[in-house]
Design a protein around this ligand. Structure first.
Ligand code: GH3
Ligand code: MG
Ligand code: MG
Ligand code: MG
Ligand code: MG
Length: 302
């Protein structure tokens, strides 16, 4: 017997399911059952309506009857699969005929539940689909997260740069960069050990993340360097943001084996100008950061 994973159950409760069925009585009965399992239930009476709701409301998965007027479940599934390779599609069918099975395999339907429907079996099928989505979700997050600090990693920073620079090229506007580097961090490792250094990195990252706005991106560029991209922020505003963050980190004390560790940050600040590559932006803020170091550290330079 398969055990029902609580994680999958909780994940399913956060998902939106599109349920498509033409028979009113069947529909009423399933709606009651399904709405207890999923976060949000969208209901359509035929494939045509199902398709419209799919495009309009972007559900996470689809449960559909096959035989329906206007547009049947297989046609709807084919159209959806053509634009969405990943969404789980489950067929509800009284037909176990080989032709239907062959067709739906070609279309890329994920699973079947045969009518009359066994509630527990349907629930398990939905949970299996939820598990797949959850694992994909986890993989996706892991690929964009720095494991030590939980911040965006360099790959994600590069993606966000692409998105933000494209937005500014299209619609105009401005955004800025802060490159922050921990001062004399080698000394922390040498004095307290590498694990203490890791702990400091985590705490500094948490302060930076907490002190930045939701629309900003805060990531670990490498080693003891953090990169922030501030949306709708010019250089002057970026400089005062850097100062705010610098002071917040200067106030932070990490206690390690009962010993207090304090660190400071130096900031290089700069703004994006249309046409700049990420490399050019980094070079510019890196030069400013170098000046901040040369001018005594624990300061921001633009
Ligand atoms: P500066 O003020 O000029 O930046 O001096 P610094 O000592 O911070 O600079 P340096 O580049 O000489 O040393 C950076 C140190 O950061 C060396 C490296 O071991 C440490 N470091 C990089 N990544 C990690 C990490 O993930 N964990 C720990 N504990 N240390 C790290
Ligand atoms: Mg039907
Ligand atoms: Mg460094
Ligand atoms: Mg250095
Ligand atoms: Mg450093």
């Amino acid at each position: 017997m398969t055990t029902i994973d609580e994680k999958d159950q909780a994940f399913l409760k956060g998902l939106t399911l599109l349920y498509v069925e033409d028979e009113e009585e069947v529909r009423a009965q399933f709606v009651r059952f399904l709405s207890r399992l999923v976060g949000k239930l969208l209901v359509a009476c035929d494939g045509e309506e199902g398709l419209a709701i799919y495009h309009d409301q972007a559900p996470h998965m689809i449960l559909t009857d096959i035989l329906m007027p206007v547009r049947d479940g297989l046609e709807m599934a084919r159209e959806i699969r053509a634009v969405d390779r990943k969404i789980p599609i489950i067929l509800l069918t009284a037909f176990e005929q080989i032709e239907y099975l062959k067709n739906s395999i070609n279309i890329g339907v994920d699973k079947y539940v045969t009518k009359p429907v066994d509630g527990l079996h349907l629930q398990r099928t939905l949970l299996e689909c939820a598990r797949r989505l959850r694992l994909e979700d986890d993989l996706h997050s892991a690929a964009q997260t720095d494991p030590l600090t939980g911040l965006a990693n360099r790959r994600e920073l590069m993606n966000r740069f692409k998105a933000e620079s494209a937005r500014v090229e299209r619609h105009g506007g401005v955004f800025s960069f802060l490159l922050a580097d921990i001062d004399h961090f080698k000394l922390v490792n040498d004095t307290f050990g590498h694990p203490a250094g890791d702990q400091v990195l985590k705490r500094v990252a948490a302060v930076l993340a907490k002190s930045s706005r939701a629309e900003d991106v805060c990531g670990r560029w490498g080693g003891e360097e953090f990169l922030l991209m501030l949306a709708n922020t010019d250089e002057e505003a970026a400089l005062s943001a850097a100062e705010k963050l610098r002071l917040a980190v200067a106030d932070l004390v990490t206690v390690w084996e009962e010993k207090p560790i304090a660190v400071t940050l130096s900031f290089g600040v700069g703004s994006y100008r249309p046409g700049m590559s990420l490399e050019e932006c980094i070079t510019a803020v890196d030069k400013a950061l170098y000046r901040a170091k040369a001018n005594g550290r624990n300061r921001s330079e633009a």
